[in-house]
Design a protein around this ligand. Structure first.
Ligand SMILES: *[C@@H]1O[C@H](CO)[C@@H](O)[C@H](O)[C@H]1NC(C)=O
Ligand SMILES: *[C@@H]1O[C@H](CO)[C@@H](O)[C@H](O)[C@H]1NC(C)=O
Ligand SMILES: *[C@@H]1O[C@H](CO)[C@@H](O)[C@H](O)[C@H]1NC(C)=O
Ligand SMILES: *[C@@H]1O[C@H](CO)[C@@H](O)[C@H](O)[C@H]1NC(C)=O
Ligand SMILES: *[C@@H]1O[C@H](CO)[C@@H](O)[C@H](O)[C@H]1NC(C)=O
Ligand SMILES: *[C@@H]1O[C@H](CO)[C@@H](O)[C@H](O)[C@H]1NC(C)=O
Length: 250
């Protein structure tokens, strides 16, 4: 394995590998420093833009010794330590004429009727990125919600503040929120789904022995039929329990 360093600052300069392995050179990129690593004819090229420039494209290029091709096109080093910030339907306090320098702070504001999504400021970092990430100006409108497979929804529009109401086809029931509200471009809930309505089953019996089970169910039904309240039902269950315990210990 061998490594080498190629710098191509404005006029491309190559520090070629001394000898030995036959390693193809990664394509030159203006205003970059290139670190190349070669192993059995496979080459990994890593590009680093010089100060005041930022990289557009893939940072690393790999040469395949079988296909004899680079896995992606060479990147480009653009002027400006970070990309020029862009804010559609808004404005920022940067001139946009000067290349961006490291540490530069920009603040953002959206035009009226637009909502800022993200941070209202950002700073160009050492690693050529804007942190926090650049925001966008959104109309606040929501994307159409997902229609339930076996139902539909009604809405006047998808503007911020508007509601959309969901309905299921006959025989299907709604699972989830029936209404969603659009709030600055995002729905308040996940859209619901429609599920086949379940036929209500008798509460299943937890007792192992069928006869006990039947007895208890019959007894509960009898209590219900006699029109007892839940409180009374509980009371009579307590009595029943005591009676059973008496039998057990006598
Ligand atoms: C790199 O810089 C040289 C000299 O300034 C220029 O002639 C060449 O077109 C540039 N290459 C690219 C890919 O921009
Ligand atoms: C290509 O690389 C593989 C390992 O990735 C190696 O085994 C093989 O010998 C190489 N072929 C040539 C022609 O260098
Ligand atoms: C190199 O290219 C060959 C032929 O196109 C392909 O089969 C192989 O997977 C590639 N290897 C890598 C590491 O991408
Ligand atoms: C933009 O505003 C921020 C915060 O007020 C300030 O730090 C920065 O220097 C301003 N940038 C420009 C280009 O005026
Ligand atoms: C950014 O937003 C914060 C709170 O969200 C606010 O206090 C601050 O004044 C805003 N800055 C600018 C430059 O709009
Ligand atoms: C949408 O629903 C919310 C909450 O249910 C309610 O407060 C609001 O008034 C509704 N908006 C419209 C436009 O109907």
């Amino acid at each position: 394995m061998k490594s080498w360093l190629i710098s191509c600052i404005l006029v491309t300069e190559w520090l070629l590998p001394t000898s030995g392995e036959d390693c193809p050179s990664p394509p030159p990129v203006n205003n970059s420093i290139l670190v190349g690593t070669c192993m059995e004819g496979n080459v990994l090229g890593t590009y680093i833009c010089i100060k005041g420039y930022h990289l557009v494209g893939k940072k690393e290029l790999l040469y395949n010794n079988t296909s004899l091709e680079w896995d992606s096109p060479a990147p480009i080093c653009h002027l400006g330590h970070c990309p020029i910030p862009v804010l559609v339907n808004g404005h920022m306090n940067s001139s946009n004429l000067e290349p961006v320098s490291e540490g530069e702070v920009v603040t953002f504001e959206c035009d009226t009727d637009y909502i800022l999504k993200g941070s209202n400021w950002s700073q160009c970092q050492k690693n050529n990125m804007w942190i926090p990430p650049l925001p966008i100006c959104s109309t606040g409108q929501c994307p159409p919600p997902r229609k339930p497979k076996l139902g539909h929804f009604k809405a006047r529009d998808f503007n911020s503040g508007s509601n959309v109401t969901f309905y299921c086809n006959d025989g299907y029931q709604l699972i989830g929120a029936q209404s969603l509200q659009c709030m600055d471009g995002e729905w308040s809930h996940e859209p619901p789904i429609c599920e086949k309505m379940e036929v209500k089953k008798e509460a299943s019996c937890v007792f192992q022995e069928n006869n006990i089970c039947e007895t208890v169910q019959r007894w509960i039904q009898y209590q219900k039929a006699s029109g007892q309240t839940l409180e009374e039902l509980k009371y009579s269950l307590e009595i029943k329990k005591l009676q059973l315990e008496k039998i057990k210990f006598s």
